[in-house]
Design a protein around this ligand. Sequence first.
Ligand code: ADP
Ligand code: MG
Length: 344
Amino acid sequence: MFFTKLHKKNPFIKNISMAVILSLLLLPLSGCAVIKSATKANSKITRTGFAFDTVISITLYGTEDESVLDGCMELAEKYENLFSATIEGSDIWNINHSDGNSVSVDRETIELLQTALYYAELSQGAFDPALGTVIDLWDYNSEDPTVPEETDIESALEHIDYTDIQLDTDTLEVTLSDPELLVNLGAIAKGYIADRMRDYISSQNVSSAIINLGGNVYALGSKPDGSDFTVGVQKPFDSTGSAITSLSISDSSVVTSGPYERYFEQDGVIYHHILDPATGYPSDSGLLSVTILSTDSVDGDALSTTCFVLGEEKGLELIESLPDIEALFITSDYELVYTSGFPR
Ligand code: ADP
Ligand code: MG
């Protein structure tokens, strides 16, 4: 492990602070409090909540229509009830409890599984939507997380082959050819949901918004004054949560994956939540974070996790081969490495 000893902190607190910092950085420069008499063009409304195990926050500009924020929160609930691996009766829960029988699911679940399998194939398994058995051993959310037994990891690794997830796009059925396999979409679902919120907000005639799902950020349009939004990239492991750099974006997604988002420490070693399917242990690729800039957040979410596992060299090679997607890698020396087309 390349990580040195760090203070143990509550991962939940870290997620909140990250979300708060992001939202502060996202404030427009003119960001004063909304006053009742503000004209509609200058108005701004925000809703913050908790979903997908993290803090989410939606800000709409140029509208006072709270019902659009209600709609966003309803979407968060709808998708959590489809994609969560832990909510009983969700599509993913049903698949994971199917004993090898075919399960009927929502069209959108098939759609997201298709995208997840595409990235599994593209990354040759570095991104693995079938990693559930291993993920469940690493219980970062428990009071006192510990490193799993090696024998348990070995057994779990026998059931992580994503080619065992069979999709029937006509009948909308999913079948696991390995009944012990557990699907987990935690590394891609927030990106998909951010994209659906963007589509919904646009359909409600709101043209300027920031969707922040636990650091998975989508900027719809630009700020009301026409300038780009500013999104901060967090300095990894910085206890004050300061930004190491910031990006100016409009109509784009910015997603960062890093070990500092969720981790625990045991015997001086940091164990984080981005796992290497080749070993069953936290990925030790020599990176502190990967940030992906893309048009759709689903791609950014999948690729930030993927590139973190692949490491700098293979990750850069992958992103350079994909049109319209750029990346920023932060190395263990806090060096910033950009892809060739990264806007700077
Ligand atoms: P976060 O959702 O915390 O922002 P990521 O998008 O990087 O971060 O997803 C990490 C989550 O995805 C982990 O908490 C775990 O549930 C799952 N996961 C971990 N490693 C992998 C992997 N190699 N492939 C697919 N999913 C993974
Ligand atoms: Mg991800």
